[in-house]
Design a protein around this ligand. Structure first.
Ligand SMILES: Cc1cc2nc3c(=O)[nH]c(=O)nc-3n(C[C@H](O)[C@H](O)[C@H](O)COP(=O)(O)OP(=O)(O)OC[C@H]3O[C@@H](n4cnc5c(N)ncnc54)[C@H](O)[C@@H]3O)c2cc1C
Length: 361
């Protein structure tokens, strides 16, 4: 297979035929996404489409054995892999059989472990207030963990069998097993990073039944049995730049909120709602710009994050709204703000965990 042309900022490039996919139809899909995400379109004619995203290029080219090929490019092998997985994820929704059959032009270079996976050693776990543990993860190179994506999968060794770490499937997607050796792999936030020391700090909320809580407690008590873990990332949203904002989260979002807030301009204004079982008693350290008003909510007293946001969101119709909490509350807020005609550019509303007592919708 021939190699696709490369871009100086994104020298790692690859393409894959998309049999049965019409160029014009796929072009419309990608252009619509570029528009909703305000992404720059670098090339657009009847043979080539190239869009720049936060993590690399995505586009269309003539295929070798089909009308259309998907093209991706990244600044290194890790970002190329992330871009491929974004395309495969999209294709799985649109045409699952095509997604499974995709073969990338650089597939011969694919390593056994996914390029965005790395092993880390957990060097410290300490108590952070009554309901958080702070873990220090140390690895060879954490330079990929910048400000555009501040989350990662914390891949924990299986307790039941020899751990089966992820691999790369023939279509270039990350492949997990689901047997007894399957690792637990929830998403966490990089609270801070020390590039020289190769360290990532992450804060873990202690909740009932949490496997990560068990893993972290085990290491805090001195066990080294599962201190080597995997990291997949970076992934998810990054920092924000806002003069005025409405932010709201429960404990799972405190680390992300703390990181975003410490990077807002000093004169930023707005409102911040923080929900915890007993409000501020959770003692989680969050520094807030002087002009932001902070309200602690207490679940024990019957407060609910979504209710607090719904009381206030109308005053933030033209400002960024950031929400991280229970999945169903996030879904409701997304629907309400969409129905109210809010600009999707201003909305970062995420479900950070799922309450199993709430039926999925
Ligand atoms: C982008 C992103 C970033 C995140 N960052 C962080 C972070 O920095 N720190 C952090 O602590 N969490 C964070 N989370 C949330 C975390 O991934 C989930 O809470 C996850 O379920 C934790 O896995 P676990 O192993 O503790 O529990 P699991 O083994 O996955 O779940 C066990 C049980 O716990 C329940 N559960 C999960 N979360 C909660 C909760 N908050 N309260 C009550 N019950 C719960 C589940 O419904 C399930 O019944 C983040 C999530 C996302 C999507």
């Amino acid at each position: 297979m021939s190699q696709p042309d490369t871009h100086p900022d994104y020298p790692f490039a690859s393409q894959a035929d998309l049999p049965g996919v019409a160029f014009t139809a796929m072009r419309q899909v990608i252009l619509a996404q570029a528009k909703s995400g305000s992404l720059p379109v670098l090339e657009d004619d009847d043979q080539r489409l190239t869009v720049e995203t936060a993590h690399g290029l995505i586009g269309l080219r003539p295929g070798l054995e089909s009308e259309t090929a998907g093209m991706v490019a990244g600044q290194d092998a890790r970002w190329l892999f992330v871009m491929k997985n974004a395309v495969i994820g999209q294709m799985r929704h649109l045409m699952p059989a095509v997604a499974e059959a995709m073969r990338w032009s650089d597939s011969g270079n694919v390593t056994e472990l996914p390029p965005n996976f790395q092993f880390m050693r957990t060097t410290k776990v300490e108590q952070l207030g009554p309901v958080f543990l702070r873990a220090t993860l140390q690895g060879e190179d954490v330079s990929a963990y910048g400000t555009k994506s501040i989350h990662f999968r914390l891949v924990q060794p299986s307790l039941e069998a020899e751990t089966e770490w992820p691999s790369v499937a023939p279509n270039g997607s990350i492949k997990w097993t689901d047997g007894p050796g399957a690792p637990h792999k929830p998403v966490y936030t990089v609270r801070s990073v020390d590039y020289d020391a190769g360290e990532i700090i992450t804060d873990i909320f202690l909740h009932d039944g949490g496997k990560t809580t068990e893993w972290a407690a085990e290491i805090k008590e001195g066990s080294k049995a599962r201190n080597v873990i995997g990291l997949v990332g970076p992934m998810g949203g990054g920092l924000m730049d806002a003069k005025r904002t409405l932010m709201a989260c429960d404990e799972t979002g405190f680390p992300a909120a703390a990181r975003i807030l410490e990077n807002l301009p000093e004169d930023a204004t707005g409102e911040l709602y923080l929900e915890a079982e007993n409000g501020a008693e959770c003692d989680y350290p969050i520094e807030v710009p002087k002009g932001m008003v902070v309200t602690w909510l207490s679940r024990a007293k019957g407060d609910r994050l979504l209710d607090a946001v719904l009381e206030r969101y109308k005053d933030f119709s033209d400002a960024p709204i950031w929400f991280a909490g229970e999945k169903d509350q996030a879904r409701q807020l997304r629907e309400i703000t969409k129905a109210a005609g809010y600009d999707s550019q201003n909305l970062r509303i995420s479900g950070f965990w799922r309450d199993e007592n709430v039926a999925p919708k």
